[in-house]
Write a protein that binds this ligand. Structure first.
Ligand code: GCU
Length: 423
């Protein structure tokens, strides 16, 4: 075999068929899901009031105890400083602001640098999309005057990350996932920060991040089984972005969406579950630990994810590595926590690692809770064909292509947000 062909084959083989991973729908198993609408005391949940006062808090607590861990009490020293404003960004389309968010009494945490684009010339304050990036603000935007992130990043020759730091060559490299002009032209603001500002994404990363700073013992902390993991910390950061938005007169923070891709899609769901100020919660290809049902043995499993990324979750989650069915929750319950707010789940056709059908089924099952509020969730019973968006209060689509965020995805989110935010 010529080396080129062999390489191409090997890449495909890893992406599609990691050894020991099931991709056969006939073998996913048929495990009953934990009931959404039966409370812990065995009573039926039949009204929106019963959901809100009883079942919703129970399920939120289950996710804290078994998956993401507990978010500590809000510190009283959050500091937000606007460090730069440019009213002529994106060729005059937007005003760009930088905001440094830190904790005045916890200087061990270097804080986070939020970048915000607000459309110019709107008659009213702009609704906003909040979300974290993988590569930093300078990677999200193509504008060349954006400060290069100086924080830890995963080493990658291919991505021009050298000595764990971004280089000039990384400018704009995440811009296809953040179509800023499209978002701003649709009348939305967008507020983002580098996820590694909050916590570097590796097993020991918490020692240099928010979690150590907020812990009494700092980097010597011995975590308890249900203490928060990195996803908890990243979600906390997204809520602080929204805190800033609430103070900015040009932003309509009453109409805020949270968005994230992949591990940051899991983060977006956990942020949206905990912070009800987000009226729309978007999961883009979030997969295992995100929107995908974990009882389905298809693509990534609880076992694989807790072994590869133990720091994302609370320690208890790993107890379900060999027994996802013993977990008192499954991911349809995470989507249900958004009800009656709007939610959107997106899959990609080539992203079977994320179990696209399992992502859809979470939305389908969560729809039962929307019904209590007189709302329609995904509004269909069958997994829709590719490039066929569906949904009322829960949007869903599976687009052609790979694990990524594309213009197609954003077109759907912008339409959905406009509908739900009454624009
Ligand atoms: C890995 C991981 C996924 C995650 C993804 C990402 O593939 O197994 O769970 O969603 O990384 O964040 O890109």
């Amino acid at each position: 075999m010529r080396p080129f062909l062999f390489l191409a084959f090997a890449t495909l083989a890893t992406a599609q068929n990691r050894p020991g991973i099931n991709y056969d729908e006939a073998k996913v198993g048929n495990h009953p899901l934990p009931p959404l609408l039966i409370a812990k005391d065995g009573s039926k949940v039949e009204t929106s009031e019963q959901w809100t006062s009883k079942r919703h808090p129970e399920i939120l607590q289950l996710f804290r105890d078994h998956v993401f861990g507990h978010t500590p009490a809000m510190p009283d020293d959050v500091k937000m400083e606007v460090t730069g404003t440019n009213t002529d960004a994106l060729g005059g389309l937007a005003t760009r602001k930088f905001v440094h968010i830190s904790l005045a009494k916890h200087p061990q945490w270097a804080g986070m640098d939020v970048m915000i684009y607000i459309p110019n010339g709107l008659a009213k304050p702009a609704p906003v999309f909040c979300g974290l990036s993988f590569g930093g603000n300078h990677a999200v935007s193509k504008e060349t005057d954006i400060p290069l992130s100086t924080r830890w990043m995963r080493e990658s020759k291919e991505k021009n990350i050298v000595d764990h730091r971004a280089t000039e060559a990384t400018r704009g490299t995440e811009s296809s996932r953040w179509p800023l002009e499209m978002i701003v032209k649709a009348g939305f603001a967008v507020a983002t920060a580098y996820y590694g500002d909050i916590e570097p994404d590796h097993a020991e990363g918490w020692k240099d991040g928010l979690r150590a700073a907020l812990s009494l013992d700092g980097p010597n902390t011995a975590w308890k089984a249900n203490d928060w993991g990195a996803i908890g910390a990243w979600s906390w950061g997204i809520s602080r972005i929204l805190d800033y938005c609430e103070t900015d007169k040009a932003i309509d923070a009453k109409h805020a969406a949270v968005i994230g891709h992949s591990r940051l899609g899991k983060t977006s769901l956990w942020a949206g579950a905990q912070d009800e100020r987000f009226g729309l919660v978007i999961s883009n290809n979030s997969g295992e630990g995100g929107a995908a049902l974990s009882r389905r043995d298809y693509g990534e499993t609880t076992k694989v994810i807790t072994k590869a990324f133990p720091h994302w979750f609370c320690a208890t989650y790993a107890n379900y590595a060999d027994a996802p069915n013993a977990n008192p929750i499954d991911q349809h319950m995470l989507i249900a926590l958004m009800a009656p707010r709007a939610a959107y789940i997106a899959s990609a056709q080539e992203d079977n690692w994320a179990d696209q059908k399992g992502e859809f089924l979470s939305g389908l099952h969560a729809s039962d809770v929307y019904a209590l509020f007189g709302k329609t969730g995904v509004g269909v019973k069958d997994w829709p064909a590719v490039n066929t968006p569906v949904g009322d209060s829960i949007g869903y689509h599976m687009r052609t292509g790979k694990h990524d965020v594309t213009d197609y995805d954003w077109e759907q989110y912008l339409k959905f947000a406009a509908r739900h935010f009454g624009r």
